[in-house]
Structure formats: C-alpha cells, structure tokens
Design a protein around this ligand. Structure first.
Ligand SMILES: [Zn+2]
Length: 250
C-alpha cells in the first residue's frame, strides 16, 4: 500500500521550541512543483457542521473563526506564498465568500472523511452551500465531542486537521474541535484552530491535490516542516510556513 501524501496537522509535541525565521530543527526541506493545480485566488467558504455551533456560548468562537478567514485571505500570509508561483499560476489574495451552519444531517459523534465528503457534495447539490469554482475551498469545522476518522487515523490521536479533494473535485479542509492537549498546543480553542486552519489553508493553496502541487517527498507540504511553530499576524495566531527561498519557517 502506498502512503497517502502528508496533508495533516499532527498533534503538538510540547518539546518543540521555535523562533520565527530560525531554520526548523527538521532537515531542510525543498518543496518542488509536481505539475498540478494551485488555488491561485482562493475563495474560502466557512462551514459549521452541527447544531452545537448554534449554541449562544459558541458565537464568539464562530465569529472569531470567520473573522480570521476574512482577514487571512487578503493578508501578508497570502503574499508570502508568491515564491511558489509557477510560470502559469500566480498566487494572489483570495476572498472570504461566506458561512453556513449545516444541521441536517447532524454529524455523528464519529464522522469519517467520506461522510464529510458526502455532506459537502449533498449540501452543494441542495444549494445549502455555494457551488464550487476551481478556486473554492470549503473550511469545515466540527463541534466539540465529534471525532473525525480519516483512514485509520483519528483526530486528537494522530491529527488536528487535514485538507483534501473530494471525489467530485471539491477542495476542503477539515478542522475538528481541539478537544485534547495535543491539538490545543498550549493555546485556547480559537488560537489553536486558527493555527491549524492557517496551515491547511496554505497547503490547500499550494498543494490542493495532495502531492501534485508543491511537495517534498520526505517532509510533505508547506506547513508540515513547521507544524505548531506559530507567529502572530493581525492579532491572530498563524502557523509559519516553509520558505524554499529563506530555507526556514517564516
Ligand atoms: Zn500539513
């Protein structure tokens, strides 16, 4: 069996000390372009799956996450991706295209990746979610208490988030609620989720079909070498990203 390309945020390991701009402790990565599409002007739609997101106690988190997406798509975080332009594809600022809460169907306490893909494709068919364009990325947030299972791996046991492309060709990122220390990384839920979401956003832009965009065979995608190495941008916690040019996480 061939391993799938790395596209997850692993659990935080508390021993990792990091200063932005300093080379990562991991062996230097060198991402190379594999010929596939990039999301050159990402259109991010924010999907909250589950009635739990309608709880008044969740509204500040919901608004914080949507505010983050709105900010980050036209921020310096996107500018720093331009070193990964290709002769035919230039990465520019994106757009936040809105948000929806999906309650029917409700997520089970354990949802598989294929259940997430089905939800996405059905809600788009039903027009509860906007149709996909070649630049669309659906960010799917799961509420507390819901475990995501992808292959044999579970959220909070192996990963804190991932991105992929569905069979219908929709690009999506999955952001389970950080119900464990390994996915909080010493942060509060909002900061932990913006860190993981920034990682997946940058990877979905530069490697939307995992392994067919910018990829390093031993280190994975742009965010993987730098997992949990965070910085502040516009008041939000974002993860640093591997720069071929700087040979560091920046
Ligand atoms: Zn990653």
């Amino acid at each position: 069996m061939t391993a799938r390309p790395i596209r997850i945020v692993p659990l935080h390991r508390p021993s990792e000390l990091f200063v932005p701009g300093r080379p990562a402790k991991a062996p230097a990565a060198q991402l190379t372009y594999r010929g596939g599409p990039l999301l050159t002007s990402v259109q991010v739609f924010s999907v909250f799956w589950g009635a739990a997101w309608q709880d008044p106690a969740q509204q500040s988190l919901v608004q914080g996450l949507n505010g983050f997406l709105q900010f980050v798509v036209s921020s310096a975080y996107l500018d720093q991706l331009s070193e990964y332009n290709t002769p035919e594809q230039a990465i520019v600022h994106g757009r936040y295209t809105g948000t929806a809460t999906i309650t029917d169907p409700a997520p089970a306490s354990s949802v598989s990746d294929s259940a997430i893909q089905q939800m996405l494709e059905r809600q788009v068919a039903r027009k509860s979610l906007p149709a996909a364009t070649p630049n669309s990325l659906y960010c799917i947030w799961l509420p507390s208490g819901v475990t995501v299972v992808s292959g044999n791996e579970r959220s909070c046991q192996v990963f804190c988030g991932y991105h992929d492309r569905s069979p219908a060709g929709f690009y999506y990122a999955v952001l389970p609620y950080p119900d464990c220390a390994g996915c909080l990384g010493g942060l509060g839920p909002l900061d932990a989720l913006t860190s993981v979401a920034s990682h997946e956003l940058a990877e979905a832009i530069t490697d939307p079909v995992p392994g067919q965009g910018w990829y390093d065979d031993s280190n994975g995608e742009i965010g993987d070498v730098c997992a949990w190495q965070n910085k502040k941008l516009g008041g939000y916690v974002v993860q640093t990203l591997w720069s071929n040019r700087a040979k560091a996480c920046v």
